[in-house]
Design a protein around this ligand. Structure first.
Ligand code: PLP
Length: 396
């Protein structure tokens, strides 16, 4: 990259990001190119955003078409692509009603507000799970059961308590007359690619039903086809009362959604919540194109097929490098190679060396090498990444 861009960037930005030392200028499918025309295989997808890859023709077309007729109008008016998107979400989920926001954190904020306003006075507490990640606004930081995200921002908003990951018993012990909901990711992404087993989800659902509290799924990272079904929880058959979506939904444009049932939605009335940009026409049109593509016959089956293939390759790698990795975990194309204690020492360096070889991936929660390629990735792309990973792992 022209060094002056990096210097200009450092000069003007608050240092919240540890950026790779390159500037990406072009994307197509699974590939990105930097300002020096160097090519990268993108197994990060803008952190699970570009589900259809970069600049998918149908997404580009939908954005262009919408931008030519109407870019913004306030939510004081009915908005065609927004209605179409909400109808698609309702038709293909447990939900009957939708609220649009601009990001994952904002969708979760809406879910937190809905859970509170729907519950009896005095019931405001939400139980979340260790290792979770729900966003960076103050309430969603509070919902995130990881101390490192709270540090320095105290006082953290009240009303959140944290259960160990893995057992409904730990959750049950935290339920009180103040509890209004349990919030969880069916597959934790930032927490190290950790799926919640069906029995675990069933246990939480039962607790919610017994105690009259709401089950909220954060499917911001694991939803929208990422795990091989439109929403990850479909695989367990355990349904929530409220669900949030974002990331992959907009095909790269910012949009978030909070979904729920008619009965619960009735608690949010005019004036209780709003967003200037939420469900913006261009973002919504892009999201409709994304959903139509993901729902096209054979698409999700192909994600499942590539997932099986990728998992088998990762398992093979773990066998070849037992001192570094123990095996694969995750669902669909939200996958992690779980590292041993020794492997963990080298996780960051492995990512760095893969970057130098033109492969983008990351080290999640300092535990697993995480792979979140666009859902249109091919077997050949997966082979290429595995080959590079093999070469890199030989160095440790
Ligand atoms: N929830 C989950 C599960 C996420 O993975 C993320 C982002 O990584 C968020 C919420 C926050 O989304 P956003 O960055 O769009 O606010």
């Amino acid at each position: 990259m022209n060094a002056s861009w990096s210097a200009r960037s450092d000069k003007v930005f608050i240092g919240t990001y540890n950026r790779f030392p390159v500037m990406m200028v072009k994307g197509e499918g699974v590939r990105l190119w930097d300002a020096d025309d160097r090519e990268y295989m993108d197994f990060l997808s803008g952190i699970a955003v570009c589900a259809l890859g970069h600049c998918h023709p149908k997404v580009v077309e939908a954005i262009t078409r919408q931008a030519q007729s109407l870019i913004h109008v306030s939510n004081l008016f009915h908005i065609k692509p927004q209605i179409e998107l909400a109808e698609l979400l309702v038709r293909h989920s447990f939900a009957e009603k939708v609220f649009f926001a601009n990001s994952g954190a904002e969708a979760n904020e809406a879910a937190i507000k809905l859970a509170r306003i729907h519950s009896k006075p005095g019931r405001y507490e939400i139980i979340s799970l260790a290792g979770s990640f729900h966003g960076r606004t103050l309430a969603t930081v509070a919902a995130t059961a990881q101390e490192k995200f709270h540090k320095g921002f105290e006082p953290i908003p009240k009303g959140f308590v944290y259960a160990d990951f893995g057992s409904p018993k730990h959750v049950e012990a935290l339920i009180s007359e103040k509890t209004c909901a349990i919030l969880c990711e069916p597959v934790q992404g930032e927490g190290g690619v950790r799926p919640m087993e069906t029995e675990y989800l069933k246990g939480l659902r039962e607790l919610c039903d017994q105690h009259g509290i709401l089950l909220i799924y954060d499917e911001i990272q694991c939803g929208l086809g990422r795990t091989g079904t439109l929403f990850a929880h479909e695989q367990s058959g355990v349904f929530p009362d409220i669900m949030t979506s974002a990331k992959g939904l907009g095909g790269g444009l910012p949009i978030g959604a909070m979904l729920t049932t008619d009965e619960i939605a009735a608690s949010m009335t005019v004036g209780t919540h709003a967003s200037t940009f939420g469900g913006n026409p261009v973002a919504a049109a892009s999201a409709v194109a994304v959903m139509e593509e993901i729902l096209a016959p054979g698409f999700l089956e192909s994600v499942q097929d590539k997932s099986r293939y990728f998992i088998s390759r990762l398992e093979l790698l773990a066998e070849q490098f037992p001192h570094l990795a123990t095996g694969a975990r995750g669902r669909g194309l939200l996958l992690g190679l779980v590292l041993t204690d020794q492997g963990i020492q080298h996780g960051a360096e492995i990512v760095e060396q893969m970057f130098k070889r033109g492969v983008l991936m990351n080290f999640a929660a300092n535990l697993v090498l995480r792979f979140i390629p666009p859902l249109i990735v091919t077997h050949e792309d997966i082979d290429m990444v595995i080959e590079q990973l093999k070469e890199v792992m030989k160095n440790f």
